[in-house]
Design a protein around this ligand. Structure first.
Ligand SMILES: NC(=O)C1=CN([C@@H]2O[C@H](COP(=O)(O)OP(=O)(O)OC[C@H]3O[C@@H](n4cnc5c(N)ncnc54)[C@H](OP(=O)(O)O)[C@@H]3O)[C@@H](O)[C@H]2O)C=CC1
Ligand SMILES: CC(C)(CO)C(=O)C(=O)O
Length: 299
């Protein structure tokens, strides 16, 4: 199977490493020539959860337009980086299946405006941290859920040949519900870790952070009636535990001085809650705090 992964950041490198381990032919598309050259020479290194480091055979390029005939294209960039990619993807053959791996909800409608016939979304509950251009740290085992929004499930089912308990895949039915549920998890973990500058596990061990997380959950539970059944609080604490050593993607953005995904992860949840008459005051405060931090231009 020929798979292209666009974006060699935390999620792109980790996913590419597991695809390559399953004997798939993986091409990593990056935007910096220097990173492509380094990946082609040094290959892709994964620091595993058991402390070992493994090396995975991939090829890397900066030229997406030259990769016409592929069995699958996985888009693993941040939401804010999608805009410049849509144009490049739209001219690829319409038969090429696309899998989008972003957190949040904002990309759903946008991706479905692309001309490709087969489009799926994923919701990831593993932890991944970039170490450098060619090395990723797997910081917590979690499922990669996939939901097909348009087209044929069979083209994505080929991924099941991975069969790796360290990178489990699960197909689910409703992509919008799946993305909503993941955004709810992220609302409880990402802004807090980014503002407090703590790893995911500290939301459990720091008792004041834990109270804040419980308060956000309480507010979300009141705004979305089914939430306590679909996402019990124990599922949130379990995710913090499994990814305890991870730097959340939002904290990683803060550390690197990059614009975070606060708007596309928390923004839609705040708006949805408001239509149910709930303002989610604690989550809204964190949302504004994150935006204020970004506006200050801190480094
Ligand atoms: N990290 C994690 O643990 C998790 C992340 N997620 C989600 O996954 C998504 C990806 O996050 P993450 O991997 O952490 O982000 P990163 O910032 O680590 O990686 C994004 C990568 O995309 C690259 N990129 C941007 N634009 C292009 C382009 N036009 N062509 C090729 N490459 C490009 C960037 O390159 P450059 O280095 O040149 O800027 C960067 O390497 C996000 O939506 C995040 O919320 C979900 C679950 C867990
Ligand atoms: C799963 C989790 C919480 C891992 O940190 C994540 O989605 C993120 O960092 O964005």
């Amino acid at each position: 199977m020929n798979v292209v992964v666009i974006g060699a950041g935390a999620v792109g490198q980790l996913t590419a490493s597991y695809l390559a381990e399953a004997a798939m032919h993986v091409t990593l598309v990056v935007r910096r020539r220097e990173q492509a050259d380094q990946l082609n020479v040094e290959q892709l290194k994964r620091m595993n959860v058991d402390g070992t480091t493994t090396v995975h055979r991939i090829v890397s390029t900066t030229k997406l337009a030259e990769l016409m005939q592929q069995d699958l294209i996985i888009v693993a960039v941040k939401y804010g980086q999608l805009q410049e990619l849509y144009g490049q993807i739209s001219v690829l053959p319409s038969e090429v299946p696309l899998l989008f791996m972003q957190n949040g909800l904002a990309h759903f409608d946008e991706a479905l405006r692309l001309p490709q016939q087969n489009i799926a979304f994923s919701s990831i509950s593993f932890g991944a941290q970039v170490i450098n251009n060619t090395t990723v740290h797997h910081r917590g085992i979690g499922t990669c859920k996939i939901a097909v929004a348009r087209g044929n499930n069979a083209v994505f089912n080929k991924l099941l040949q991975m069969e790796n308990p360290l990178f489990p895949l699960e197909f689910v039915q409703n992509p919008e519900q799946m993305l909503f549920e993941k955004a709810v998890f992220n609302c409880m973990i990402n802004p807090l870790t980014a503002i407090l500058h703590v790893k995911n596990g500290e939301l459990l061990t720091n008792k004041h952070a834990f109270i804040l997380m419980q308060t956000i959950y309480q507010e979300l539970k009141e705004a979305f009636v089914d939430l306590e059944y679909t996402i019990p609080f124990s599922a949130v604490t379990a995710l913090c535990e499994k990814t305890a050593a991870n730097t959340s993607s939002m904290l990683a953005d803060r550390i690197l001085g990059k614009k975070s995904e606060i708007d596309t992860i928390v923004g839609p949840i705040l708006r949805k809650a408001l239509t149910n008459g709930h303002t989610l005051p604690t989550l809204r405060t964190l949302y504004n705090q994150m935006l204020a931090i970004e506006e200050s231009g801190e480094r």
